[in-house]
Write a new protein. Structure first.
Length: 736
């Protein structure tokens, strides 16, 4: 972070007017000032996008690093370094008086559009040295309001449709509202969409016009919406025609195959337009969207042909399908706490298994890792893993009680998967058999998405545990760890879960709730199974986990300008074991620290609470909890070229809900949990390659709850020691 700030300071000290001609000025800043009390009704930030010239971008809204980078280049463009600095930098923005005048006119027009019909805009240029600050003075005046609103609809059938209560209640224009050109245009688009969906195939918004009369001496407008008749070249105007669909035809777009490779039922399900029904623009778009979801389909083309001298349309749908079968090979390198290894996976995929765009994938994966210096074992041991996963995805609901209509109105997928994983380590051998039945869906035109895990079964069994591992961690009294022991026993996890997500340009919300073991518990009680010595029911001599878990994740983005953004994040999760379990399975426990959490700590090294590590060999077990809190704030800025920068502050921790001797100080208490919130700060670099983002973050501890408040290590921000307090993270994608 010190290096980053040093580079910023160096660039900031460079002359930014080096390439500004003597008789011209660098556009240093642009400001909008609203005059008068009516300014409270005006969104200055939105109006600023209308200005034709913007100054050079600023790092963290302070330093013009891109311009400074450009200014570092020499004038000899034959040298590659000069060309490189110019390509990643930003040329100076020279003040242009012509563009300033155009900006005044555009701003004035925008104010007119918002109902300020007496608005005026002037510009002021404040020059200092070779720089110019431009101030646009907005004089909006008094806004105008709609006094009377009437409709002039010459077509009686359309007039009746627009008067229908289902449409009239959706009107965007009301008497008494402020005169707003954007609302007027939105009403044109709404009516056009409504009529298109009622069969008016050739209707467009230019057939709707407005006539506005202002009252002399009063800020009032009498507004008339007029619907024009259908225009024909060299022929008299006529009424608008409502069209019906006559036939729907399907054709293959494949040059070597004239047969459509999808079942007739699938074609019908994806086609929202229906023979005998009126044409609908929305149904046409939904048909495109639905076919576009199918992995078997490469592209879709829909053409509508009018039958001569009739109000009938033939709908022709041409589909080109993808190659059904593919095989992919993916190698990868691994590094687990310094132990190097490699993995390789081979995946076979069929994207049209039953001619309904069902996707079958079979993945075989193998991994090897050399483990060095494992205490109690030979000098080098190996970790070997083999796995096989079969996944079948349907582009629809596959449970009968949803019905055919539900598949037609919802974009849904159903997923069935089975996975078997073999892990052989020097300390133990582990086998995991997993099966999932999952549904995902969302409604067209809606941004919310839903997921239900109807059945998620994990069967974990341990066929072999080494004597060294068993004696040192699982059986010896002075090192016995309940969490560790619980996670090296055979176990059933039968999860049922529900997930919800919503996102737009500035806001994202994800929530999830899951529970496990309730069905097996009910069966055990019904058949009156006996509990074992520690009070657990067992099926086939295997215990099952019982818990409930809920998570919520909220992100809010504030766009400061085109190059600077402030992002806030809240993550909260709580899980509680009950019934047949006194502890959560390790896979369901929370951990803190790492690239997406409190970045002053490495992954799984923070918490729970004020717990302080005592045995580095099993901290990955002890530093887990039943509850997690993450609070993050990150300032993101564009540097130059593909580079972006970030400054961040993170806070959070994990806690246990029950007291545990191996996790002393880790239990959550309402009266003092806030004293155990860890805080870190730092800076990062991002490489944005459009399709993916590489992220490098350097975090520093600021408040460390593992130490008492009177200890200087509790506040490393006041007593920093780089070797003790830093954590470096490399990740793909943004943290939130």
């Amino acid at each position: 972070m010190v290096t980053l700030m040093g580079v910023v300071a160096l660039l900031a000290s460079c002359s930014t007017t080096r390439y500004v001609p003597d008789d011209q000025f660098l556009l240093n800043s642009v400001k909008l000032e609203v005059e008068g009390k009516e300014g409270k009704h005006i969104n200055v930030g939105q109006l600023k996008s209308t200005v034709k010239q913007s100054p050079n971008s600023r790092l963290f809204s302070l330093f013009k690093t891109s311009l400074a980078t450009y200014s570092l280049s020499g004038r000899d463009t034959t040298k590659w370094m000069n060309r490189f600095l110019r390509s990643i930098g930003e040329a100076p923005v020279i003040y242009d008086s012509m563009l300033a005048r155009r900006s005044c006119m555009e701003l004035q027009q925008e104010l007119y559009n918002e109902g300020f019909l007496r608005a005026a805009v002037t510009s002021e240029v404040r020059k200092h040295g070779k720089k110019a600050d431009v101030v646009y003075h907005l004089h909006p005046g008094i806004p105008y309001f709609i006094r009377r609103l009437r409709y002039d609809i010459g077509d009686e059938l359309i007039a009746l449709r627009l008067e229908w209560v289902g449409d009239s209640t959706r009107r965007l224009l009301k008497e008494g509202m402020r005169f707003d050109a954007q609302k007027l245009d939105a009403e044109r688009k709404r009516i056009t969409k409504y009529l298109n969906d009622q069969g008016y195939f050739r209707f467009h918004k230019e057939y709707i016009n407005y006539h506005a009369d202002t009252l002399k001496g009063y800020p009032l407008v009498d507004l008339t919406l007029k619907l024009e008749p259908y225009k024909r070249n060299h022929l008299p105007d006529t009424l608008h025609t409502q069209y019906l669909i006559r036939n729907i035809n399907y054709a293959s777009g494949d040059a070597n195959d004239n047969r459509v490779r999808l079942r007739k039922s699938v074609l019908d399900e994806c086609t929202y337009l229906k023979a005998g029904e009126p044409y609908s623009g929305t149904k046409l778009q939904n048909t495109y969207n639905h076919f576009g979801r199918l992995q078997a389909v490469k592209y879709t083309n829909i053409s509508l042909r009018q039958i001569p001298d009739t109000a009938l349309l033939d709908c022709n749908i041409t589909l080109q399908t993808n190659k059904p079968s593919t095989i992919s090979f993916q190698p990868e390198g691994t590094n687990t706490a310094g132990d190097l290894g490699a993995a390789v996976s081979i995946t076979y995929q069929n994207r049209n298994l039953f001619r309904g765009s069902e996707v079958l994938s079979v993945e075989l994966r193998g991994a090897y890792e050399a483990i060095n210096g494992l205490e109690g074992y030979s000098a080098q041991e190996d970790f070997i893993e083999y796995s096989m996963e079969t996944r079948l995805t349907f582009p629809r609901f596959i449970i009968p009680f949803f019905g055919k209509g539900a598949n037609h109105s919802i974009d849904a997928t159903s997923e069935v998967s089975l996975r078997y994983d073999i892990q052989n380590r020097p300390e133990f051998h582990r086998r995991v058999l997993s099966g999932v039945l999952r549904y995902k869906w969302h409604f067209p035109q809606h941004k919310a998405r839903y997921q239900v895990d109807l059945l998620d079964l994990d069967y974990v069994f341990m066929p072999w545990i080494s004597d060294t591992f068993r004696k040192e961690y699982l059986e010896t009294e002075n090192s016995r760890n309940a969490i560790l022991r619980y996670n090296y026993e055979d176990l059933f996890i039968t999860k049922i879960g529900f997930g919800y997500s919503y996102s737009n340009a500035v806001f994202a919300l994800k929530g999830n709730i899951e529970t496990s073991g309730n069905v097996l518990s009910a069966i055990s009680k019904t058949v009156r199974l006996k509990k074992d010595d520690i009070g657990q029911y067992r099926l086939f001599n295997i215990a099952f986990a019982q818990y409930v878990k809920g998570d919520i994740d909220l992100t809010r983005s504030l766009q400061i300008d085109r190059n600077n953004q402030l992002v806030f994040h809240l993550g909260l999760g709580v899980a509680y074991p009950y019934g047949n379990s006194s502890l959560l399975p390790f896979e369901k426990r929370y951990f803190s620290g790492g690239a997406n959490s409190v970045r002053g700590w490495s992954v799984r090294s923070l918490g729970p609470g004020k717990f302080k590590e005592s045995d580095g060999r099993i901290n990955f077990i002890n530093q887990t909890g039943d509850m997690k809190l993450d609070l993050n704030a990150e300032y993101r800025t564009k540097l130059f070229w593909k580079l972006g920068g970030a400054l961040f502050v993170d806070a959070g921790n994990i806690w246990t809900l029950k007291a545990n001797a191996e996790q002393e100080g880790g239990q959550f208490h309402f009266n003092d949990f806030y004293e155990q919130i860890a805080v870190s700060y730092g800076a990062g670099i991002r490489f944005n390659f459009d399709y993916f983002i590489l992220r490098f973050d350097l975090g520093m501890k600021a408040v460390n709850p593992a130490f008492q408040a009177e200890n200087e290590e509790h506040y490393p921000i006041l007593h920093p020691r780089f070797s003790r307090d830093y954590a470096f993270h490399f990740a793909v994608g943004m943290p939130f």
